[in-house]
Ligand binder design. Structure first.
Ligand SMILES: NC(=O)c1ccc[n+]([C@@H]2O[C@H](COP(=O)([O-])OP(=O)(O)OC[C@H]3O[C@@H](n4cnc5c(N)ncnc54)[C@H](OP(=O)(O)O)[C@@H]3O)[C@@H](O)[C@H]2O)c1
Length: 372
C-alpha cells in the first residue's frame, strides 16, 4: 500500500453553541465564564480522524487540535498570545505524528493569514483556502442554477473582496457574470484592489463599503468576510436571491431563514470525505465528535489538509492573502482524484432538499407577483 502522510488541523469554537458541542460540560455556564475558561484553557487534541480512504486505497489519519479561543478573542487578544496558542496546537499535532497542519476558521485569518505561523511551526502549514475557494465557487454557481438564475445576466457581490478567499472568488466569478460589486470595510485597500484587478476582470465592476446597498443590487451574493457579527439582513436581499456563505462564523442573519422563504442561502465550503471517516473524541474514545455537519462531511479547509497528506504534499500550500489561482485548480484536481466531492446543499443547520428548492422558487415567484 502507498505510504501517505498524517495531518493535524487546528479548530476553534466560532459560536457559544460550538463550545457546548466541543465541551458538553459548558452547558448552562454564563458567557463571561466560558470566555475566561477558553482563554485559560491550553490547546488540546480534541478529535482523532481515521478512515479517510481514497478510491485507489490510500488512507490517512490525523487529529483536530483545539486552540480554544472565540473569533473575537482571536482578533482582540495580543497577536503573540494568539500565535502561541495556535502554535502549541500544531506542536501537539506534530508530536502525535502529523506532517502537515491546517488552520481552521480564524486561526487562518488572524495576522498575516498563516505566514508567520508557518515560519514558526515545526511542520508545514496551510490555511486550506485554495480548496475552500474551489468548492465555494462550485456552490455559488450551483445555487444560481437551482434558482434558475442566469449568471451572465446577473449582478454578483463578493463581501470580503480584499481577503484571501474573497479576492480569489471575485476573480473567478467575474468571467461568468454581467456585473460584479466588491465589498470590504477598508476603503483604501478596496480601491487599490479594484484598481489592480478591475481592468483584468471580464465584466463591469465597482466597489463600495456599503454592504446593504450592494446586496440590494445583487441577485447573487458570496460571503467571505472575517466579520464576527451578522452583516446580511433579510430586508436587504432581492427577491429570489442566492447567498453562498463561506464565512465562519456566518454573515447571514438567522432571521433570513424565517423571514425570507424566497431566498436560497447555502453553506459553500462543505465537502464529502471519501472512505469511512470517523471523528472520534480523543478524551472519550468511542464517542463521535459532532462537527455540526452531516456524516462523512468536513469543511473544505479541513479537506485540503487531508488531501495534502494523502498526496504526500506536506508543504505550506496556501498562505497569505494573494492566492495563486493555479493552486485552486490543482488542489481541486487532487481532491477529486482522492475522492472528495462537493457535499449536498445545506444552510441554517439543515439539508436543502429538492422540495425546499422548489418551495423557495415558488415563494420567489409569488413575491415577484405581489411586488409587480
Ligand atoms: N468554509 C470554510 O471551509 C472556510 C475555510 C477557511 C476560512 N473560512 C472563513 O472565510 C472567511 C474569510 O477568510 P479569509 O482567510 O479570506 O479572511 P481575510 O483574508 O482576513 O479576509 C477577510 C475579508 O473580510 C473583510 N471584512 C472583515 N470584516 C468585515 C465586515 N464587517 N464587513 C465587510 N467586510 C469585512 C476584510 O476586509 P476589511 O477588513 O477591509 O473589511 C477582508 O476583505 C472567514 O470567516 C473564515 O473563517 C471558511
Amino acid at each position: 500500500m502507498t505510504q501517505t502522510s498524517k495531518f493535524c488541523f487546528v479548530i476553534h469554537p466560532v459560536s457559544l453553541e460550538d463550545v457546548t458541542r466541543y465541551e458538553p460540560g459548558a452547558k448552562g455556564k454564563g458567557e463571561p465564564i466560558i470566555r475566561k475558561i477558553l482563554d485559560w484553557m491550553p490547546a488540546y487534541a480534541a478529535v482523532h480522524v481515521t478512515g479517510v480512504r481514497t478510491p485507489d486505497g490510500r488512507e490517512t489519519e490525523g487529529w483536530f487540535v483545539a486552540a480554544t479561543l472565540m473569533p473575537d478573542q482571536m482578533i482582540e487578544f495580543p497577536r503573540e498570545k494568539v500565535y502561541d496558542k495556535i502554535l502549541r496546537a500544531i506542536e501537539i499535532g506534530a508530536d502525535m505524528g502529523a506532517q502537515v497542519a491546517g488552520l481552521g476558521a480564524f486561526t487562518g485569518v488572524v495576522g498575516d493569514g498563516g505566514i508567520t505561523v508557518n515560519e514558526r511551526s515545526p511542520i508545514p502549514v496551510t490555511t486550506g483556502n485554495s480548496l475552500t475557494i474551489a468548492s465555494g465557487i462550485q456552490s455559488f454557481f450551483r445555487g444560481a442554477h437551482e434558482m434558475g438564475i442566469d449568471p451572465a445576466h446577473s449582478t454578483a457581490v463578493v463581501l470580503g473582496a480584499t481577503g484571501s478567499i474573497g479576492s480569489a472568488c471575485a476573480r473567478l466569478i467575474a468571467p461568468r457574470v454581467k456585473r460584479l460589486i466588491l465589498v470590504a470595510r477598508n476603503e483604501t485597500r478596496l480601491r487599490k484592489f479594484h484598481e489592480s484587478v478591475g481592468p483584468e476582470l471580464a465584466c463591469t465592476s465597482d466597489y463600495t463599503t456599503d454592504i446593504s446597498s450592494s446586496v440590494r443590487r445583487a441577485q447573487l451574493v458570496l460571503t467571505a468576510t472575517s466579520s464576527t457579527q451578522d452583516i446580511i439582513e433579510p430586508e436587504d436581499l432581492q427577491t429570489g436571491a442566492v447567498v453562498c456563505e463561506l464565512s465562519l462564523p456566518h454573515d447571514v442573519s438567522r432571521r433570513v431563514a424565517s423571514e425570507r422563504p424566497d431566498v436560497l442561502v447555502t453553506e459553500g465550503g462543505n465537502m464529502l470525505v471519501p472512505g469511512n471517516p470517523r471523528f472520534e473524541r480523543v478524551r472519550e474514545p468511542g464517542q463521535e465528535f459532532d462537527l455540526g455537519l452531516p456524516p462523512r462531511t468536513a469543511l473544505a479547509c479541513m479537506s485540503e489538509t487531508m488531501v495534502l497528506a494523502l498526496e504526500n504534499r506536506c508543504e505550506p500550500y496556501t498562505l497569505g492573502r494573494g492566492i495563486d489561482l493555479s493552486k485552486v485548480i490543482e488542489i481541486d484536481r487532487m481532491a477529486t482524484r482522492c475522492g472528495f466531492s462537493l457535499a449536498d446543499m445545506r444552510a441554517f443547520d439543515v439539508a436543502i432538499t429538492p422540495e425546499m428548492i422548489a418551495a423557495t422558487r415558488a415563494a420567489a415567484d409569488e413575491r415577484r407577483k405581489a411586488i409587480a
